[in-house]
Design a protein around this ligand. Structure first.
Ligand code: ADP
Ligand code: 5GP
Length: 221
């Protein structure tokens, strides 16, 4: 038993808008080839540089409703006036490929997944402070002032949910925050309940030790 091969699992990153979870998710994916980004469906319009099928599946409201009706979304929520949802297929595909599925979703979606994905790990990303959060949202420059104000008001309510997650990290220095998420991932791969071959491996190892004890007893006893 030189290698402990565990089951992969979804890693859920939730945070108020602007805390940096997309940036962290991107960095983590760069570091690890076995981490894949869960591409959500959304009715929001693409921002400059965003690509359909890569950043999001950009769909209209009718298509989104069809996906809900067809049971294609494992969770969905209205966030800042747009609809967002995670295709169930993303979860199945990641399991089949033995990959860690990284979900960048809001707290309403995370709450829905608590019951549906008991194997998932829930990480909340906090900004260093409320002031820094407002500066990051302004710095991203992707929204109008009114939209930004709405996002900040939502952020205040979402931060209160952090206490219900498995882990909470502060995104102060980016590399440090990514290190922390990676360490959480590593620790969770070593959770005994995720290692299906552990009992058999232990039994084999005990057998080897018994064999050795029997032999050495024969030699020295
Ligand atoms: P979210 O996905 O949570 O809405 P983003 O990842 O888009 O947030 O980050 C919001 C803004 O903050 C972006 O402009 C990003 O470059 C910046 N940012 C993210 N993490 C950090 C950090 N640790 N230090 C400074 N700026 C950051
Ligand atoms: P943005 O428009 O900035 O890309 O995302 C806005 C918010 O929607 C973020 O908090 C993001 O995590 C969340 N979001 C993105 N995809 C999903 C999803 O599939 N489900 C849910 N519930 N939220 C999502």
């Amino acid at each position: 038993m030189t290698e402990l091969a565990g089951l992969t699992f979804p890693l859920i990153l939730a945070a108020p808008s602007g805390a940096g979870k997309t940036t962290i998710a991107r960095e983590l994916r760069e570091r690890r080839g076995d981490v894949v980004f869960s591409v959500s469906a959304t009715t929001r319009s693409p921002r400059p540089g965003e690509r359909d099928g890569v950043d999001y599946h950009f769909v209209d409201a009718a298509e989104f409703r069809r996906m809900i009706g067809a049971g294609e979304l494992i969770e969905w929520a209205e966030v800042h006036g747009n609809l967002y949802g995670t295709p169930l297929r993303n979860v199945h595909d990641a399991v089949a490929r033995r990959e860690y599925l990284l979900l960048d979703i809001d707290v309403q979606g995370a709450r829905q997944l608590r019951g549906k994905l008991p194997q998932a790990v829930f990480v909340f990303v906090l900004p260093p402070s409320g002031l820094v959060l407002s500066e990051r949202l302004a710095g991203r420059g992707s929204e109008e002032v009114e939209v930004r104000r709405r996002r900040l008001a939502n952020a205040r309510d979402e931060i209160r949910e952090a206490a219900y997650f498995d882990y909470a990290i502060v995104n102060d220095h980016l590399a440090h925050a990514v290190d922390e998420v990676e360490r959480i991932l590593l620790a969770e791969t070593r959770r005994v309940s995720r290692i299906p071959g552990l009992e058999a491996g232990i039994a084999r190892m005990c057998g080897e030790i018994d064999g050795y004890l029997g032999t050495s007893q024969g030699q020295h006893g």
